[in-house]
Design a protein around this ligand. Sequence first.
Ligand code: NAD
Length: 352
Amino acid sequence: MQPFIYAPLPARVRFARGGRTQVGEEMRAIGRQRAMVISTPTRVALAEEVSDALGGQCAGILATARLHTPIEVTTAALDSVRQAGADCTVAVGGGSAIGLAKAIAVRMDVPQIALPTTYAGSEMTDVHARTEDGVKHTAKDPRALPASVIYDVDYTLGLPVDISVTSGFNALAHAVEALYAVEKNPITHLQCLDAAGALAAALPAILDDPGDVAARERALYGAFLCGLALGSTSVGLHHKLCHTLGGSFDLPHAPTHTVMLPHTAGFNAAAAPELDPLRQVFGAETLGGGLWDFAKCLGAPVSLAGVGMREDDLERAADIAVARPYRNPRAFDRADILALLRQAYAGGRPSA
Ligand code: NAD
């Protein structure tokens, strides 16, 4: 028998078209009465819709969430939640809104109900973040896991195609790293492959028709599975590099994942045979090449130069990334990381 430990997080998930109208039911299910609705400034219309549906149970709207969970945004949000007397949050949006609600949940007894509108998958993990003095820190805490998640496909229909694609790559990055994580097990393996298959089919269909509800549902389901697998495993070199590039060089989160994934997956492929079934999903002779082809055919960015990285900063990025490395299947040193970053900066098709 293959020995393994499977320790899933205690998630509560509702998949329902129109599920956004059931937030009140979810509040009852988790025993809470007054919700602060959280969003980014750009998703405030969705936050207002949820607030209207909640009526007197809404303690207010906080539309201040930002990418990478800056500490100053979190500190100000804690005051607002306290003053409004909220006993839970409802985050409507992508990983930025969910990330702020997580940061609140780990600092106060205010659990989160998440209504994800991207494929980032943060809602299924207990990982929370803090960006302070130009460095992004992440940590696990059971209180960061949303108490309830509502997947409502309607809230993803308007997600622009470019964000849908890069966010889908963010989800794929979770599957890649969960496949070789030290906590990997047969259940997370199944989740990752099913998720990758769903996203490999859904993203081209969304590119063809952004309003394709079935494709959107499939992408959301794939993103959920990727987040689920990540939630019971851990991340390696790929996420370390993306956290470095996002936290210290302000690169956009999902596009950075998209650019880096073919290179990091290619770098790790020989040391992680668990990745081979994923290579088959993308139908290429190498995993890095297959992911790069997939990004290209979806019109996604393939170079760090194209997402705003400065060549002069590559050396400093390598220094930060190796200072406190995450566990990874393939050993590396600073020279390896610098070479990997240079390869991603140029954006050519990886050979592995
Ligand atoms: P995001 O939440 O900033 O959303 C990206 C963009 O998409 C924003 O401009 C937003 O306004 C727009 N958008 C979102 N939903 C939309 C919709 N339905 N229609 C139109 N536009 C929409 O970014 P993200 O990529 O979802 O999340 C990134 C953040 O989440 C980062 O801070 C990252 O670290 C974090 N994250 C955390 C985890 C975790 O497990 N802790 C996992 C993934 C991402």
